[in-house]
Design a protein around this ligand. Structure first.
Ligand code: ATP
Ligand code: MG
Length: 184
């Protein structure tokens, strides 16, 4: 009976994750239709929508997680916005799902900034329990971390780093595509 329930919970978790991924893609499409410039996605408002959705999906009443979103003024082309949103989804979902155990309070901070040399720097930081020592983000075979690595390195041609002081902080850095950098 217990294993039946565990199994059911596992299935529920899988469906929840899949629903979240589909919803994030739908959010991107909404942004596209609403934006005045069809080729530019406002990443700050996208992050707001994403965090508010994910916090509803992954937190329950016993978990008090305060999301903080730093101001930014970053607009990306669809080509970069989609992999970027998928990476953000994995990192933010991980923070909600793994960083805080039941009853623990915490903070998740998301910031997207553009540096003077047209690099985009994204940080997702939580002050939770920290990643287990055995998890190496560059080698892990689990789907989420693999997706983060592939999307950042292959599609965004960027770098991913993790900082394990006082919780977990993912730092992603990539360049804005040349031809899409004007008028921002
Ligand atoms: N913010 C975090 N805080 C604590 N542990 C984390 C955090 N992010 C990831 N982890 C740990 O790293 C493991 C691997 O993460 P990954 O995203 O690859 O897999 P998952 O979240 O378990 O499953 P999936 O993302 O495929 O649904 C997690 O199972 C968890 O133990
Ligand atoms: Mg994950």
């Amino acid at each position: 009976m217990t294993s039946m329930r565990t199994h059911d919970q596992h299935v529920i978790d899988l469906i929840t994750d899949a629903r979240a991924k589909i919803h994030i893609m739908a959010l991107i499409h909404n942004q596209l239709y609403r934006s005045e410039r069809f080729d530019q996605i406002d990443m700050e408002s996208h992050v707001h929508e994403m965090v508010s959705y994910l916090s509803k999906v992954y937190t329950n009443r016993e978990k008090l997680v305060t999301p903080v979103i730093r101001h930014s003024n970053v607009y990306l082309s669809v080509t970069q916005a989609i992999p970027c949103a998928l990476v953000l989804n994995e990192m933010i979902s991980n923070a909600f799902k793994h960083a805080f155990s039941e009853g623990k309070e915490g903070r998740i901070e998301v910031s997207i900034q553009r540096s003077a040399d047209d690099a985009i720097i994204i940080r997702v930081k939580d002050d939770g329990i920290g990643m287990p020592d055995g998890v190496d983000i560059y080698r892990a075979d689990s789907l989420g971390l693999k997706l983060i690595r592939n999307l950042v390195q292959e599609q965004l041609k960027g770098k991913v780093q993790v900082n394990r002081d006082n919780g977990t902080e993912f730092i992603i850095e990539f360049k804005i595509l040349e031809e899409e950098a004007e008028d921002v």
